[in-house]
Design a protein around this ligand. Structure first.
Ligand SMILES: [Zn+2]
Length: 348
């Protein structure tokens, strides 16, 4: 028996001190702002260069929003002021004020998927075109959403006005330097693309089904390291909702390998959507066999039937096995489990 496989794995969080996390995320913000705004001063010479310019700025804008999200959760500095300052800077490439985002996002966490209480529920759409329009309107409708609910105070209005003033001042200076043609075509397509990139795969799909049941069923993680690194942690969305105090780099420990699938689905980003139990408030069901710890699958051969090292089962996941239809397999609540063949099931 491999002793290593039988022991609960410890997360290697210790090397990521708060100081290191702040430095890493702030460095990313500086790079994002410098390159996304700096490249506006370059003029693409042909259509291919223009496409590259747009896609690059779209991705940098996206990473800026991911880092602003870190600021909402206090991962950009020790103080509220530091988080607000770096959060505002991170959103500068998208011209979105941080004020609305930080206020609505806490409500999104508190009331995930509840209509009328979760501001991000606005993204629930009936068609693709509706989804695109909602994604474009999203950051600006936050203000009206908050206003209608009496959640905008005088101090927020002042902060918002100053935030918009800085945004207009920066882009006004760029406009004066590069001209309206370059600014419009440098920004508009990228703003449209980033709205869809952010809100469809990382808001609609990470909350697909808009469950209002147990916390584990309200949001979903993407499998695999590619989605983790592409989104700098935003793909590990369930875990983020369960443990918002973990920064994006600390969520790396929760990346899971994709289950075996048919070749057709090999390049498709996939999520571990957990099923709701018919019993209200419970997502649990006795498991048949084990799943993954962190990014490594648990061996099903080294534990006696019935053995459960830590924790308890409380969630189900649709995991296709050998390309077959999804079946319910157990998974754990955001931590380390070691178990196998609980009910004598076959290895997954
Ligand atoms: Zn969050």
């Amino acid at each position: 028996m491999n002793l290593d496989d039988s022991q609960p794995r410890k997360h290697s969080r210790t090397c990521w001190t708060r100081r290191r996390i702040f430095f890493l995320s702030r460095s990313i913000i500086c790079a994002v702002v410098a390159v996304s705004i700096g490249t506006l001063f370059l003029r693409p010479g042909n259509f291919l260069e223009y496409i590259i310019d747009t896609l690059l700025r779209t991705y940098l804008m996206f990473i800026g929003t991911v880092m602003a999200h870190e600021g909402v959760h206090g991962h950009l500095g020790r103080s509220r002021t530091a988080n607000f300052r770096w959060g505002r800077l991170a959103l500068l490439p998208t011209m979105v004020p941080f004020t609305n985002f930080r206020k609505t996002h806490h409500m999104h966490h508190a009331y995930t998927n509840i209509p009328g209480q979760d501001p991000d529920h606005f993204m629930k759409s009936r068609s693709l075109i509706e989804l695109v329009l909602r994604a474009l309107a999203m950051p600006h409708q936050w203000f009206f959403w908050l206003w209608q609910r009496g959640r905008i105070k005088k101090a927020d209005l002042i902060e918002l006005a100053l935030n918009y003033f800085v945004i207009f001042a920066v882009y006004g200076a760029i406009l004066a330097s590069v001209g309206p043609f370059r600014l419009f075509w440098g920004m508009t397509p990228a703003l449209i693309l980033v709205s869809v990139l952010l809100w469809y795969p990382f808001a609609v799909q990470t909350h697909e089904g808009f469950s209002t049941g147990a916390a584990e069923s309200r949001s979903h993680n993407y499998y695999g390291r590619f989605m983790y690194w592409f989104s700098l942690g935003l793909a590990i969305h369930r875990e983020h909702h369960l443990q918002p105090k973990l920064s994006w780099i600390e969520l790396k420990e929760y990346v899971e390998d994709r289950p075996v699938v048919s070749r057709k689905l090999l390049l498709m980003p996939r999520r571990d959507i957990r099923l709701e139990s018919p019993t209200p408030g419970i997502v649990a069901k006795p498991p048949s066999y084990s799943t993954h710890v962190g990014s490594r699958p648990i061996s099903n051969t080294n534990t006696e039937p019935g053995a459960v090292a830590t924790g308890f089962f409380e969630a189900l996941r649709r995991t296709p096995i050998n390309g077959e239809d999804p079946v319910a397999t157990p998974t754990c609540r955001g931590s380390v489990f070691v178990f196998a063949k609980i009910n004598g099931g076959d290895p997954a």
